[in-house]
Design a protein around this ligand. Structure first.
Ligand code: FAD
Ligand code: DLZ
Ligand code: SF4
Length: 510
């Protein structure tokens, strides 16, 4: 008798803690495709196909390495379609002496695993996921006694810990952060790279058919499917990014362009979060490009900050604050999510473009998520849980530990400022400056009020006015509230009337 080692769909790394001391003679690795995981939120069809295909390729690689794998396919008639059901069935049939798992990326699944500890007839060992730079204990230690948990200070600790872009204990170039150089709009004459795409093999083609038959009603296009589904190809995608995109990544990180969803972004989130790529190897590749003079410091530092800064920081917040974190609603937001998040049917061109990109690719870059679909949800006072479910469903890189803090904290300010020092609220002028969306919109971004005015303009001042009591003491909002006070109050009232009428119309149409 050996151990049963469960590997989940976002644990596709050879160095995962659940496989550390694997005994090839006696142990069995368990991997299960279950409808429960495809449906607890209505995941994008391309996301499900990516995960199932990557799981099948990973299982094949383990088997080729002489490891016993019990792999349960979605259409296996004996499949109970849940993690708990498949773990119980495997225990009955394989008769292991213990169950070993790496902790999951979601509170919901961790609770499930804790039930297994109480209910299963064998010892259950839940191991820490050590594929991250910062452990739970280390993050809790860092957070202890701090009034504010600012990402920038956490990031400096991670730079010191990893030694990335450090020289004699100091940041290379003399500064920790070059973000001020990273906010350029995209000029028309900048050539964009042709992005690498991977033709589906037989396994992926079979999975695509299965997903169409089982999850055909879910949001999103299955074709074209161009994700890497093996570590080998994910490494090729990383190389392509470092060579063809990283040099310009910093400059145009915040830019948006109609019909160009990828620009110079990494497109590696799905690979990192499911385990095909390792965060430190991505940072080291970028750092090497800087050493070799192939990419400038603002780009390389910006990229490394996203990974050892933001990515580690949001994970730290999630595990430090869950489960209560998800329940907060500091701005008392309760509006239902408008249908156009699913249909794309709106006259607001920026939203339409971002939803269409999302439908096609199960991807939108950070500024599209934060400053278009996120900004609208914040300004419109959408219920946090509804917009969180949307983000968790529609992006191939979305797992609760990373999606929730980004949406709940960074976008919705629902945690009252634990994660972001002020709400990322913006009027149409920001979207106009950073994109070419407004040129093809039915609304006029320059108009502040009236039927033709960009909705983000009235919604912005309505948001500022409606949340005066909660936000006016925020130091970083002082100038905005000073401007609000100076505005003609009749005009403010008019803006609020228009904003509410617009929102009621949107809600009624949904
Ligand atoms: P790049 O722009 O090339 O960045 C490189 C990598 O840095 C990313 O792959 C990612 O691993 C990391 N990174 C960058 N920003 C963040 C961030 N804010 N938080 C965590 N990691 C970051 N990212 C996810 O991985 N999963 C999510 O579910 C997710 N949900 C989000 C929801 C909202 C509302 C917002 C505003 C952001 C969300 N992000 C999420 C962060 C970010 O948008 C994505 O990581 C990024 O767009 C992925 O594309 P990329 O690989 O091209 O990233
Ligand atoms: C997202 C997802 C989907 C759609 N399907 C599966 C699956 O069939 N089997 C599996 O092991 N994992 C799947 N996943 C990923 C899990 O939802 C993820 O592992 C948990 O949410 C914990 O992060
Ligand atoms: Fe979006 Fe307003 Fe610009 Fe239209 S005018 S694209 S709604 S920001």
């Amino acid at each position: 008798m050996g151990a049963l080692r469960l590997v989940l769909g976002d644990q596709l790394s050879r160095n995962i803690s659940s496989l550390n001391d694997l005994d090839r003679e006696n142990d069995t690795v368990l991997m299960v495709e279950v409808a429960e995981e495809g449906r607890y939120v209505p995941h994008h069809k391309k996301k499900i196909a990516y995960i199932l295909s990557a799981m099948r390729h990973h299982a094949d690689a383990l088997k080729a390495d002489g490891i016993a794998v019990r792999y349960v396919c979605l259409d296996d008639p004996r499949n109970t379609q849940s993690f708990s059901g498949e773990v119980s069935r495997a225990i009955d049939e394989v008769r292991p002496d213990r169950l070993i798992v790496t902790e999951p990326g979601e509170w919901r699944v961790l609770e499930m695993m804790r039930d297994w500890e109480a209910e299963l007839p064998l010892p259950v060992e839940i191991r820490e996921d050590d594929r991250f730079v910062c452990s739970h204990a280390e993050f809790a230690n860092w957070a202890e006694g701090r009034k504010q948990l600012r990402m920038e200070f956490f990031y400096r600790e991670m730079r010191r810990k990893t030694g990335l872009l450090m020289e004699d204990g100091q940041p290379v170039g003399g500064a920790w952060n070059y973000d001020a150089d990273n906010r350029k709009a995209l000029p028309n004459d900048v050539a964009l790279p042709q992005r690498l795409s991977f033709t589906p093999d037989e396994t992926t083609s079979r999975v695509k058919e299965l997903v169409q038959s089982r999850f055909g009603d879910h949001f999103g296009d299955l074709a074209p499917f161009s994700f890497a589904v093996t570590r080998h190809n994910a490494l090729k995608a990383l190389d392509h990014f470092v060579t063809d995109c990283l040099p310009w990544f910093g400059d145009y990180q915040d830019a948006m362009k109609q019909g160009e969803p990828f620009l110079f972004h990494g497109l590696i989130g799905a690979y990192l979060n499911s385990g095909l790529l390792d965060p430190i190897e991505c940072c080291e590749r970028a750092e090497a490009a800087w050493h070799e003079g192939d990419a400038p410091l603002n780009a390389v530092e910006g990229f490394i900050r996203q990974i050892i800064g933001w990515r580690e920081y949001v994970r730290g917040i999630y595990w430090l604050k869950m489960p209560d974190y998800a329940e907060t609603n500091a701005l008392n937001a309760h509006r239902p999510l408008p249908d156009f998040y699913w249909t794309g049917e709106t006259e607001m061109n920026c939203i339409r473009q971002c939803v269409e990109d999302t439908r096609r690719n199960a991807y939108a870059h950070h500024i599209q998520r934060l400053m278009v679909t996120g900004n609208f949800a914040l300004l419109a006072g959408i219920a946090p849980a509804e917009i969180e479910e949307w983000y968790l469903s529609v992006y191939a890189d979305a797992y609760d530990w990373v999606e929730l803090p980004n949406t709940h904290g960074m976008v919705m300010f629902a945690d009252g400022g634990l994660l972001a020092s002020k709400p990322y609220a913006a009027s149409g002028a920001y979207i106009d400056r950073m994109s070419d969306y407004c040129g093809s919109c039915s609304y006029d971004v320059k108009q502040k009020t009236g039927k033709n005015a960009c909705p983000f303009n009235v919604l912005y001042w309505n948001f500022v006015a409606e949340n005066r009591e909660v936000l006016k003491s925020n130091q970083r909002m002082r100038m905005i509230y000073a401007s609000l006070e100076k505005m003609n109050q009749e005009r403010v009232k008019q803006i609020q009337v228009e904003a509410r009428a617009f929102l009621d119309e949107v809600t009624a149409a949904s």
